[in-house]
Design a protein around this ligand. Structure first.
Ligand SMILES: [Mg+2]
Length: 254
């Protein structure tokens, strides 16, 4: 009986990486530029490309199509490009010195991960190996029990279903989309949540101001996650099952 009860209340919190958990201070763009130049012989167009909210494979295809490459030529060397990208990223941020963790993030993630009614994961446009490099020195990587990455699909909208399938594999429970909370710093993160019926949480710690994010229709909007207690309170009561509960959700391990 208790297993069923936990399963029906389980929620899945999915965090974006860049601009939400950390800033790599431009290292991703720099590493990608080096990789494109090494593998495809061009970095044309990357300096003006808007990476915000895009998956890594989408960025590569967008940039190289604009430079005149056809899809077959891009796809044929994509694995090689990402291998080089991770090597370059490792060289730039592998020691952690350049990676800035956003305010409150570590405490919020740790508190959610400690709950028995929550699974914490990643939903990011980063390829998995890139996300791992960026997060390595935060100490948070082991707390993310599931992840859906740019290396799983170039279309961010397809990533929530992948994360849910992995949550089912990890925890043995079905988490419906209305108990999934997607936290990100761009309109595309909000769009991704909206498209599947998840709770959309926007945080203005990336390159979008709160005033821009306010027009995207997120369920929650934070300037940052620094007020850990308030953020946790809002996050754990944000799902539809909690809103229908007159006294709000109580932490299962409180
Ligand atoms: Mg982001």
């Amino acid at each position: 009986m208790s297993v069923t009860r936990v399963a029906t209340r389980m929620r899945l919190f999915l965090f974006d990486v860049d601009g939400t958990l950390v800033s790599a201070r431009g290292a991703g763009r720099a590493a990608m530029a080096r990789a494109l130049e090494a593998v495809y012989g061009t970095r044309a167009g990357i300096d003006g490309y808007d990476f915000r909210g895009k998956t890594d494979p989408r960025a590569v295809f967008d940039i190289l199509r604009d430079a005149g490459f056809d899809d077959a030529a891009i796809a044929g060397r994509l694995d090689e490009c990402f291998e080089r990208y991770v090597l370059e990223l490792e060289a730039l941020v592998g020691d952690g010195a350049r990676v800035e963790i956003m305010p409150g993030v570590a405490d919020v993630v740790r508190a959610l991960a400690a709950r028995t009614d929550a699974i914490v994961g990643l939903l990011t446009g980063n390829i998995e190996s890139g996300a791992r490099v960026k997060l390595r020195h935060t100490g948070l990587w082991p707390l993310f029990r599931v992840g859906a990455f740019g290396s799983d699909d170039a279309d961010r909208r397809r990533l929530p279903a992948i994360a849910c399938a992995r949550a089912r594999g990890v925890a043995g429970v079905e988490v419906p989309f209305d108990r999934v909370v997607i936290i990100g710093d761009t309109p595309l993160d909000v769009d991704c949540a909206r498209a599947c019926g998840a709770v959309a949480v926007a945080v203005a710690t990336g390159h979008h101001a709160a005033t821009d994010l306010a027009t995207c229709g997120s369920d929650l909007l934070f300037a940052d996650l620094a007020d850990v207690a308030a953020v946790l309170r809002a996050l754990v009561t944000s799902t539809a099952d909690c809103q229908a509960w007159p006294f709000g959700c109580q932490p299962a391990n409180a």
